[in-house]
Design a protein around this ligand. Structure first.
Ligand code: DC
Length: 220
């Protein structure tokens, strides 16, 4: 699927530490980092802005139309959707509440899969997501699957939101984490699933440095 360049796949549920680890690993190895969750969040954010997602439903025609006019590209090693870069506006609880429904749509998965493969094609890359090792790059050079208890993950995400000034309760974040786990792992297309040859790491009681050292011991 990919000839000379390398892929490191880091999959797992929300707030298991994937993106923090993937970013450091990419910097240390001199690889590019691709946050595939950003794609689903940016698409969800745009769908909300355009009223494609609204109270009680989704306008499939409008979604198809939007996707046919859209593409992701690299802009200074950051993912841009139709030339636009995204920040904290796609990390709100509102976007998190909608994103799993968007990510379950077959048209969305086809769109993101094509974009992910095209943008990774000629690069040494660390990718984090849910289905990188199982679907996007089943031949990845290294595959890791991270897990941690929902309580610890919710606490981490809640701290992040607090720091950004979003006033939400720990309980609402825990509920969102549980619901997304369920939706992401039960969906029909490319569900959250450990690839048979992925290395499982539980990050509940481990520091970032511990997990990083462990990953590197497999990569070396
Ligand atoms: O990693 P994250 O929490 O930013 O991801 C947001 C959502 O996007 C997640 O709930 C499921 C979806 N997602 C996906 O379906 N496949 C991926 N490869 C990455 C994310």
């Amino acid at each position: 699927m990919k000839d000379k360049t390398k892929v490191i796949a880091i999959d797992g549920a929300a707030a298991t530490g994937k993106s923090t680890l993937a970013k450091i690993l990419a910097t240390d190895l001199g690889y590019v980092y691709m946050d595939t969750g950003l794609m689903f969040r940016a698409l969800t954010y745009e769908a909300l802005q355009r009223n494609i997602i609204h109270e009680g439903g989704m306008d499939h025609e409008a979604l198809l139309h939007f996707l046919s006019d859209s593409r992701f590209d690299w802009k200074n090693d950051q993912l841009a959707l139709n030339e636009q870069l995204y920040g904290d506006e796609i990390r709100t609880l509102k976007v998190s509440e909608e994103v799993s429904n968007v990510a379950a749509q077959e048209v969305i998965r086809k769109f993101t899969l094509e974009n992910q493969r095209r943008l990774a094609a000629d690069k040494n890359i660390v990718m984090d997501g849910r289905d990188i090792g199982s679907v996007v790059f089943p031949d990845a050079n290294h595959k890791f699957f991270l897990q941690a208890t929902p309580e610890v993950r919710a606490e981490r995400r809640w701290q992040e939101l607090q720091q950004k000034g979003e006033q939400v309760t720990l309980n609402s974040v825990l509920e969102n984490v549980r619901l997304r786990d369920k939706k992401d792992s039960e969906r029909k297309h490319a569900p959250l699933k450990q690839a048979a040859d992925a290395i499982l790491i539980d990050t509940t009681q481990k520091s970032i440095t511990d997990v990083l050292d462990l990953m590197k011991s497999y990569i070396d």
